[in-house]
Design a protein around this ligand. Structure first.
Ligand code: ZN
Ligand code: ZN
Length: 227
């Protein structure tokens, strides 16, 4: 038997209903309430956007602030939870899936499922205000969303040999086994490196840091002009 058997109930609440629970529940539910507040605020802030699109904008910004990294991946879905297109979809052969865009940086891709984003129509409808808001944040962005200043998210690491603390972007580069590129492998302080067979000397900390990227694209443009 469970240690502390408490009966719970799952319900679907609107953003306005969630507000009634503000400051009355545990932190997990409070996070949902805070997200609802952000959506309600966005609807007021963007009167020119349809409410469901303003809410999508708010959801993306909440996610961007939390994860500090977004992607922009073309995918498909049978149902857009933002505009409700394709709702009640039956798997008929003639029903083509909707083109969609996923913004959550994640290693797991579930077919026909969007985590953060929506159908292409919905995401493209907010792309300009979204880019404007994202430009105010320190977030690693794909080129479709990036502004003039770009950031990169790195995982924090520490060297167990010399106790150096830093992030992956500061580690020394080594050529890959096949010689087709380089990867971050060495401690910049004591030059220890991770190698197969030995436990990792430079360990990942599952924490992240977001740093301003060097203006690579601007320099590349300059070189093209000089040529
Ligand atoms: Zn949609
Ligand atoms: Zn070291």
């Amino acid at each position: 038997m469970a240690k502390n058997p408490v009966k719970t109930t799952s319900v679907h609440l609107t953003d306005e209903q969630l507000l009634i629970l503000d400051q009355k529940c545990d932190s997990k539910i409070q996070t949902e309430i805070d997200n609802a507040k952000a959506r309600i605020k966005a609807v007021k802030k963007y009167p020119n956007l349809e409410p469901h699109l303003a809410k999508l904008l708010a959801d993306i910004l909440v996610h961007a602030k939390k994860e500090q990294k977004l992607i922009f991946r073309d995918t498909t879905t049978h149902h857009c939870a933002v505009c409700q297109r394709g709702k009640g979809f039956f798997a008929r052969k003639e029903d083509r899936p909707l083109l969609a865009i996923e913004l959550e940086h994640s290693f797991v891709t579930i077919k026909n499922h969007i985590s953060v984003g929506g159908c292409r129509k919905c995401v493209m409808a907010i792309i300009e205000p979204l880019k404007k808001e994202l430009a105010k944040l320190k977030v690693e962005l794909p080129e479709q969303l990036a502004g003039p200043v770009t950031y990169k998210r790195y995982e924090k690491v520490r060297c167990t040999k010399c106790r150096w603390n830093g992030h992956e972007g500061e580690m020394g580069l080594k050529p890959t086994f096949f010689g087709d590129g380089t990867y971050r492998a060495t401690c910049p302080n004591c030059h220890s490196e991770n190698s197969f067979g030995v436990g990792p000397i430079i360990r990942n900390k599952k924490e992240y840091v977001v740093v301003k990227e060097k203006a690579i694209s601007a320099n590349a443009g300059q070189m093209a002009i000089n040529r």
